[in-house]
Ligand binder design. Structure first.
Ligand SMILES: N=CN[C@@H](CCC(=O)O)C(=O)O
Length: 596
């Protein structure tokens, strides 16, 4: 199997970064995940390519020049395509040659098979920033923005987030839930297997908790189709009847402790806390107060920073130990330095937002040069209606000037790191969840290049080994084409032939009797060749040191009986000290009667 590494030049100035493993074949894990009861959940067979950021399960993210490091396992014309096996916990237990995988797991019961012949397998996409739980729409505001109004002008006039808060408050919980599930389904069908989901269209405690409960219900009901990381974003705007001081105090003293309590009692599973830190929303100081409190309650910090105005979010995020900061359209050099020094804060860039709002794009190239790990998110929300990570990767390449390799890493491993989940998600590695996107294309880059066509190109989406999307009549049985396993059959045939020959050789030598005459009729040419093959195999075993020479001669001579005979004689002449099988051949094959 050919393994290519698309790596940038090595840069020794990265020594102070996380240890990095040079891209190479997947290291055999010290302990492979267990495959109890001889069962596998899924086998992916014969892929044309398998592409992944970092084969090292301990690499939490890739930053700087290393953000371009991906590994592509290629199909080998001789040995076949790449295979992946998944155990019943949904974990990857094998990545490598399909033929080898089928030998290793030949006695296993496999629930589902995917024939990925001619296709490419990528890690499931991780969408690092979405606002998916709300009602209504903002089509009219979209038209206003097209006519030249700015986002903040609309917000200050009581529209924007406020108009969605109003529509959501007026909607029934069931319709909010149904809309959420439809959105999650569209995300999953576009290849997203893990998504960050924010509340934020309630703003008051009871309304926020209702949205968090809706998210929680979706998380439980969709657990086999998409993974969700839930974020409390009560500080998304300052409620109309309040001010920044008051809103901050309420969130710090009441809302956050109550949500932590709901988490503790198992009613919610909120992992992150978010604040919209920008001019006209929460200031740097107020955002910091909220974030410190959230941290003390055990939440991960993942906030909106420097979207519309520079807010020193990078330095503040580094101070509070944020896992991620989103947007960063207006981030400055000092903040990039802060994020880099923090060594854990991921920059979540949202190219669709800048595109839809005609903002200056976030400085992706500068962030990468500053060795800040860059992730991507769709920012799905009523202001930016985009749920497709393939589109986001294309925008990241064209609009943010990222390379395709960087965009793939940003939409997988680094996005998982922004949610603190890259130990189990974000790359195709032993022991991680089998979150996979399988595209009907011979090159993985098509998922980015073929703009807007991801619905056609994505053939399968797999989440923890469960098939979320597949072709219409796909039932997961082993395709007929793969049932006759040529490789296995050939191997078995060869093994039984050589066992037979071994027995035969022992019998002949123990009795000092010559071999039986080979068939010699010209009409039985095939069986003659078989018989000669058997003899060659015996000689190969007997004189191992001459193996290669004999094989070469055998290959040359294969088409001619005389040539083959000469080959045998030459091979035998290396070992004149005892009677050779070649002499036997001469006796039996050249003459018409066997020596007794
Ligand atoms: N910028 C703040 N929040 C959202 C937009 C929310 C809205 O306008 O409804 C975002 O991430 O883009």
């Amino acid at each position: 199997m050919d393994r290519k590494s698309y790596s940038s030049d090595d840069d020794s100035s990265f020594d102070d970064e996380l240890p990095y493993l040079q891209m190479s074949p997947p290291p055999a894990p010290k302990s492979t995940p267990p495959t109890p009861n001889g069962r596998l959940k899924l086998m992916v067979h014969s892929a044309r390519q398998v592409v992944t950021p970092s084969f090292d399960p301990l690499t939490p993210y890739l930053a700087g020049k290393r953000q371009a490091n991906i590994t592509v396992l290629e199909e080998d014309p001789l040995t076949g395509g790449v295979g992946i096996a998944v155990n019943h916990d949904g974990l990857i237990v094998y990545i490598g040659r399909t033929d080898r995988m089928r030998v290793i797991y030949r006695d296993f019961t496999v629930d589902k098979h995917i024939d990925a012949t001619g296709m490419c397998v990528l890690p499931g996409f991780v969408d690092a920033h979405t606002h998916p739980v709300w009602a209504g729409d903002r089509i009219d505001e979209f038209a206003m923005k097209l006519r030249g109004m700015s986002y903040m002008e609309i917000h200050e006039a009581g529209g924007g987030i406020f108009s969605t808060v109003d529509a959501t408050s007026a909607a029934k919980t069931s319709s909010i839930y149904n809309a959420l599930c439809i959105r999650l389904k569209k995300m999953a069908e576009s290849g997203t297997t893990l998504v960050e989901c924010k509340s934020g269209y309630g703003l008051e405690l009871n309304k926020e908790v209702r949205l968090l409960e809706v998210l929680q219900q979706a998380k439980s009901s969709q657990k086999n189709t998409i993974n969700m990381s839930i974020t409390y974003c009560g500080a998304h705007a300052i409620p109309r009847n309040s001010n920044m001081e008051e809103a901050t105090k309420r969130i710090v003293d009441v809302d956050l402790p109550y949500i932590a309590h709901l988490n503790k009692t198992g009613k919610l599973d909120v992992e992150n806390v978010d604040v919209f830190c920008d001019r006209g929303v929460f200031s740097e100081q107020h955002a910091e107060l909220i974030l410190w409190k959230a941290k003390s309650l055990g939440f991960q910090l993942n906030f909106h920073g420097d979207e519309l105005y520079p807010m020193n979010s990078g330095q503040m995020g580094a101070r509070v130990g944020a896992t991620a900061i989103s947007h960063l359209e207006r981030i400055g050099e000092a903040d990039m330095g802060g994020m880099r020094r923090a060594k854990r804060t991921v920059a979540v860039l949202l190219p669709s937002t800048g595109f839809a709002m005609r903002l200056r794009p976030p400085p992706a190239r500068k962030l990468i040069a500053a060795r800040v790990p860059v992730a991507l998110g769709s920012d799905f929300n009523p202001n930016v209606y985009c749920y497709s990570m393939p589109l986001i990767m294309n925008l990241a390449c064209v609009y943010l000037r990222m390379t395709m390799e960087e965009a793939l890493v940003a939409a997988t491993l680094n996005a998982a790191a922004s949610l603190g989940k890259s130990d189990k998600h974000g790359s195709i590695v032993y022991n991680k969840f089998a979150d996979l996107v399988i595209i009907n294309s011979p090159r993985w880059e098509n998922i980015i290049y073929d703009f807007g066509n991801h619905g056609q190109i994505i053939k399968f989406v797999v989440m923890a080994g469960n098939i979320v999307k597949g072709p219409k009549h796909f039932d997961g049985s082993l395709p007929p084409r793969l049932r006759t396993d040529d490789v296995l059959q050939k191997r078995r045939r060869r093994r039984s032939t050589s066992l037979k020959m071994e027995g035969e050789r022992k019998r002949r030598h123990s009795k000092c009797s010559p071999p039986p005459p080979p068939p010699h009729s010209h009409t039985q040419h095939q069986s003659i060749v078989c018989w000669y093959e058997e003899q060659i195999e015996a000689i190969k075993r007997k004189y191992k040191e001459d193996l290669q020479a004999v094989t070469r001669r055998y290959d040359r001579a294969l088409n001619s009986k005389t040539g083959l005979y000469q080959c045998l004689v030459q091979a035998a002449s290396h070992n004149r000290h005892e009677r050779t099988d070649a002499d036997d051949i001469q006796a039996g094959g050249a003459g018409s009667s066997s020596k007794m």
